[in-house]
Design a protein around this ligand. Structure first.
Ligand code: AMP
Ligand code: MG
Length: 402
């Protein structure tokens, strides 16, 4: 059994060997993907000086508040007017400004009478107001979106303005999932006798998709060495970046997963970590023609496998792709916690922010790693370090949001 920090070091080192591959994809398809290039602007944004309001374009002069309207410029239909201190052009939002215009008076700040626009008393009047300058948003040749940006719709808008119909993004990791257990039936079946529905497969697949990675469902294998062997062999042949199994990695008589990993050539990196929940976790690597598969044998308890996933898989993927990690807060305990062993505990809890500017945390009712529905009430994991026993109400603990 190894410590949590040692386990993290070993896993991090192997994640470092996974290659970040790239692909060129359709602009809108790249939303929520990670950009693998700098997007450089091919034009100035805006490309010309223009009006920020519907109004009247003028040449500013402090003493003049009445202008003769000499024409109009709809957006996209420029017409250059020669303007002097006493004339104005009716202009729309986004319309290019005539050469000598430097200021726009909004429609609502004017009164129009007999081809003249008058500034309303009290209206704001200053040089340059309501205009947008060429390149003020982005100048040509500048980095509009840096590499490693998690692309959101507003980034897609910027890329579109830069004339990009495709973007280079990092390929998603392919992550296979296999559940094991004789007791498991799939979700469309009603379990009878001593069977239960297999929830882990769906928890893992959704956790993978939640990171916008690519999941591959290898289904459920019964607790038979041969069946697990066949299914894992098939899974490894597809050369995934990561393979997750759930169940069958503890000390039970029918826990064959580790043994089969070894038969198939998986190099064991560790088995069992001093944490709760999730102690029986196995980690190894499998070499294939394209590189490496990182292999995680997660315990079957639904809470354990989810906590293991967050700590060992998710945080490393987030780091690898530079996706922000789940927030961590220092919180004040609202109740005593029971912890009497030297493992590192990740207790399911509720963390909330109070008007006094502090975060407070309490645990949810049951800490049993079999109680999945209870976990649904939690929004964080309360971390209680190895050497810390029975932290008391009022003490400070760290929480990771989930
Ligand atoms: P194991 O790690 O195989 O000893 O399983 C530990 C516990 O998790 C047992 O109570 C199993 O029934 C349960 N379990 C294992 N796999 C799953 C699964 N895919 N979905 C829900 N519960 C599971
Ligand atoms: Mg089992």
């Amino acid at each position: 059994m190894i410590s949590y920090s040692k386990a993290l070091d070993i896993i991090q080192a192997e994640f470092g060997k996974l290659n970040l591959k790239t692909e060129q994809i359709d602009l809108v398809g790249s939303v929520n993907r990670i950009l693998a290039e700098d997007v450089i602007s091919d034009i100035n944004l805006p490309p010309f000086d223009n009006s920020a309001m519907d109004g009247f374009a003028i040449k500013f002069n402090e003493g003049i508040k009445r202008w003769k309207i000499i024409g109009e410029i709809p957006a996209g239909n420029f017409n250059n007017f020669n303007i002097d201190n006493n004339s104005a052009v009716s202009i729309m939002t986004g319309s290019k400004l005539p050469k000598d215009c430097d200021t726009v008076i909004p429609v609502e700040d004017t009164e129009v009478k007999d081809d003249f626009a008058y500034l309303k008393p009290g209206a704001r009047f200053a040089h340059g107001i309501n205009t947008r300058k060429i390149g003020e948003d982005l100048s040509k040749g500048k980095n509009a979106i840096p590499i490693f940006t998690l692309l959101k719709p507003h980034h897609i808008a910027v890329a579109a303005s830069c004339g990009r119909s495709t973007l280079k993004v990092f390929k998603r990791l392919r992550i296979g999932v296999l559940a094991t257990g004789d007791e498991l039936v799939d979700i469309h079946e009603t379990p009878t006798g001593d069977k239960i529905r297999c929830s882990n497969l769906y928890a893992m697949i959704s956790a993978i998709r939640n990171l916008n990675m690519h999941s591959v469902n290898f289904g459920i294998a019964k607790d038979s060495k041969q069946l697990i062997y066949d299914r894992l062999k098939w899974a490894f042949e597809s050369e995934p970046d990561i393979l997750l199994t759930t169940g069958g990695v503890s000390f039970g008589k029918f826990d064959y997963v580790k043994e089969v990993f070894e038969q198939l050539g998986v190099e064991t990196k560790f088995w069992q970590v001093k944490i709760k929940p999730g102690k029986p976790v196995f980690f190894g690597t499998y070499k294939h023609s394209q590189g490496l598969t990182l292999v995680f044998g997660l315990p079957g308890n639904p809470v354990s496998s989810l906590v293991n996933f967050l700590l060992f898989v998710q945080q490393n993927i987030q780091t690898m792709y530079r996706i922000p990690l789940n927030p961590k807060y220092r919180t004040i305990l609202e109740e005593d916690l029971k912890k009497e062993d030297s493992k590192r505990h990740f207790m399911r809890g509720v963390c909330r922010y109070e008007s006094d500017g502090k975060f407070y945390a309490r645990k949810i009712g049951s800490q049993s790693s079999g109680n999945l529905a209870e976990m649904g009430k939690a929004n964080c994991l309360i971390i209680v370090e190895e050497d810390r026993m029975n932290p008391a109400k009022g003490e400070t603990v760290e929480c990771i949001m989930i």
